[in-house]
Design a protein around this ligand. Structure first.
Ligand code: FO1
Length: 313
């Protein structure tokens, strides 16, 4: 049995942790967005992969919402004294992840092989799979022109209005053999409560990915998504403002509609119960439940509910 989760950002990583807590070892593959990746100080940094890595090995800093708990900041401060930009904060322990990964890649490993080797050293019983080994980078168009994603997200603190989003390099990307095999063996696919535009959007935009998921659905594999929008707002990040500025509805219903014919089930929070009939009208089954994930118990509870819902097809 393989459960495939699609994840990017904090919400998807939290649900991945819940799924890992309730599934037998080896039964979870998390396909992560790599279009947030960024090169800093000569190193490849993979924020969405790493949020999932740190969630699954128990080191994630839940309070800060990224990176490793109990971090120290000596290296980034020293780099500042050499004139390196320091707005993208890399902690000392986090630096070790990027150094080890970049070293493997520069010795010839693919991105997938490099991250799987890192995951193995942490004893993680799940596989965290980059959506592609090709270089894809999200860029957003603001009134001041196109910006790289982390420039907009971290440096400018998501202040500018986003007029358009593009995934540079996506046309040359393909799902990796590991992603193809995971989806090919999946018994259910769970789209995490992640930003549908810049976290799940790039995964689904990889040429061939939509078809892989469609073929899984045609085999009877349920594909269900969990809403990242609760009560009209994103729990973290700019998904709500992004949806609105792109002319989409910032609601569970808006997210559900965006996944079009890909889904057969949608999970929304109790707060949004009044939207259930509209989502059902799209032709999908619905589960209304508490989607807050404040600790391991609530992550496991939501994961269990989502798996039961997916399996009840
Ligand atoms: N987010 C911030 O708001 N400020 C940072 O300085 C920052 C550094 C950082 C370093 C490594 C990493 O893996 C993630 C980091 N993030 C930071 C989070 C990250 O940029 C975003 O949460 C994701 O890209 C959105 O999915």
């Amino acid at each position: 049995m393989t459960i495939v989760a699609l994840a990017g950002g904090t919400g998807g990583a939290k649900l991945a942790r819940g799924l890992q807590l309730v599934l037998p070892a080896g039964d979870l593959a998390v396909v992560v967005n790599t279009a947030d990746d960024v090169e800093r100080h000569g190193l490849l940094v993979m924020p969405d992969h790493d949020a999932t890595l740190y969630q699954l090995d128990g080191r994630f800093d839940a309070e800060r919402g990224w990176g490793i708990a109990g971090e120290t900041w000596t290296v980034i401060e020293e780099l500042g004294t050499y004139g390196e930009e320091t707005w993208f904060r890399l902690g000392d322990r986090d630096f070790a992840t990027h150094i080890a990964r970049t070293a493997r890649i520069s010795r010839g490993a693919s991105v997938t092989d490099a991250v799987l080797a890192l995951q193995a050293t942490r004893g993680i019983p799940s596989a965290i799979l980059p959506m592609t080994d090709a270089r894809v980078r999200t860029q957003v168009r603001t009134d001041d022109g196109w910006l790289d994603f982390q420039e907009y997200f971290v440096h400018l603190r998501q202040a500018p209005e986003v007029r358009e989003v593009r995934f540079d390099g996506i046309q040359a990307a393909a799902p990796t053999p590991r992603v193809e095999a995971a989806i090919g063996a999946a018994t259910a696919v769970v789209i995490g409560p992640s930003n549908p535009i810049v976290s799940i959007g790039p995964i689904l935009a990889v040429p061939g990915m939509w078809d892989l998921l469609g073929e899984a659905r045609a085999r009877g594999v349920p594909v269900v998504a969990v809403s990242p929008i609760v009560g009209g707002v994103a729990l973290k990040g700019p998904a709500d403002r992004m949806l609105a500025s792109l002319g989409l509805e910032s609601s569970a219903r808006g997210v559900a509609a965006g996944y079009r014919e890909l889904l057969d089930g949608f999970v929304l929070d109790e707060v949004d119960r009044d939207q259930e009939p509209d989502i059902r009208a799209l032709g999908w089954r619905t589960l209304v439940t508490d989607t807050m994930m404040t600790d391991d118990a609530s992550r496991a509870r939501l994961a269990k509910a989502v798996l039961e819902f997916a399996g009840s097809r």
